[in-house]
Design a protein around this ligand. Structure first.
Ligand SMILES: [Zn+2]
Length: 345
């Protein structure tokens, strides 16, 4: 990448960070005007188990993304800036304790994980909207690049994550079972990647729509995916929020399909979902050549965040939109994906 482009990208990132900081003005949780610190999505107790000389690989090694680095230090991986030091150190205490994973995580831990994902998602979409604003300030109109319609989506993401922050904060002290755990396993080996993400599955295993991801008025439901390599062993966890009685849950059918899979199929599917849907998969640098040479892994990482220009521009009817979602979001390719949760994949 030439020097001029590199400098421009650095400047856009810096300006958008300042924009988001000024927009929020105070700690996102306690609302106090305090110094905002670096919070980490995937906890450090996890990242240290797969880092090499303090570094981790991002999926940039697999897909080209001008705003991402190929390697990040433990301290800069999955960072967001929304909280004061006090909130950051007290809100997530239970789930950030490696001793709490002997059995299935408590409902409080699940809510803390969901809250952390929500904050990260809110921060990420805020930064994308801010990047767009900064670019528009520099070059004038951005309509020609279809960026404006994409930003309408990002603006909606921001609103969805804000709702998720509120919902997850309430769930931390709730006396009800707020979440359905779809999968929990404590593996005996240390897996080569980590991830903690709130994703929206667009289709189920029969290519039927779960979340109509391009409908700005439609309500979406998140699925939380955690892969935590520990000092010895690893945690794989998949869960989603329960709906109130009488309201059907978007993941009900997917749950039935998932439960019919054998353990290897489940692990392949979770590995695939992480690489295809998470923007923040962090990998062990010793696995660089294995990951970069595997064509299924490459494809999944390249599909990550892919959008349909036709749909974004509103040039399609409902059936075409559904077909387009299935085309880019189908999970079928999981069957050929390597099982990255297996011992020595
Ligand atoms: Zn605070």
């Amino acid at each position: 990448m030439n020097m001029h482009i590199r400098k421009t990208i650095t400047e856009i990132k810096r300006n958008s960070r300042v924009k988001v900081k000024n927009e929020n003005g105070a700690c996102f949780i306690c609302k106090q005007t305090r110094r905002i610190i670096d919070s980490h999505t995937v906890p450090k107790f996890v990242l240290k188990n797969i880092s090499l000389d303090g570094k981790l690989l991002t999926t940039k090694i697999l897909n080209y993304h001008p705003f991402m680095k190929e390697e990040v230090g433990k301290n800069e991986a999955g960072v967001f800036n929304l909280l004061c030091a006090e909130c950051d150190s007290t809100m997530f205490r239970d789930y950030e304790n490696p001793d709490n994973y002997e059995s299935e995580p408590s409902k409080k831990m699940l809510a803390q994980i969901a809250l952390k994902c929500a904050l990260k998602g809110f921060y990420r979409s805020s930064r994308l909207v801010a990047n767009h604003d900064v670019i528009r300030e520099r070059v004038g109109s951005t309509e020609d690049f279809f960026m404006d319609s994409d930003m309408a989506n990002r603006g909606q993401d921001k609103a969805d994550f804000k709702t998720l922050v509120a919902e997850s904060s309430r769930a931390i002290d709730s006396k009800w079972e707020e979440y359905n755990v779809l999968y929990f396993e404590k593996l005996k080996h240390v897996v080569p990647f980590a991830c903690q993400e709130s994703i929206t599955l667009a289709v189920d295993l029969n290519d039927k729509i779960i979340n109509d991801v391009y409908n700005l008025c439609g309500k979406i439901q998140f699925l939380f995916v955690c892969i935590f390599p520990l000092e010895q062993g690893s945690i794989a966890l998949l869960f989603y929020k329960k709906h109130k009685k009488g309201v059907s849950n978007k993941y009900d059918i997917f749950r039935k399909q998932f439960n019919k899979l054998n353990v290897t199929e489940k692990q392949k599917l979770i590995s695939y979902i992480a690489f295809k849907e998470s923007e923040d998969v962090l990998c062990n640098p010793t696995k660089r050549s294995f990951l970069a040479k595997n064509k299924e892994v490459l494809q999944a990482a390249r599909d990550q965040g892919i959008i349909s220009v036709e749909v974004i521009n509103g040039r399609v009817n409902y059936d075409q939109r559904t077909a387009e979602i299935v085309k880019i979001k189908s999970l079928q390719a999981y069957k050929n994906f390597p099982n990255l949760l297996a011992d020595n994949p």
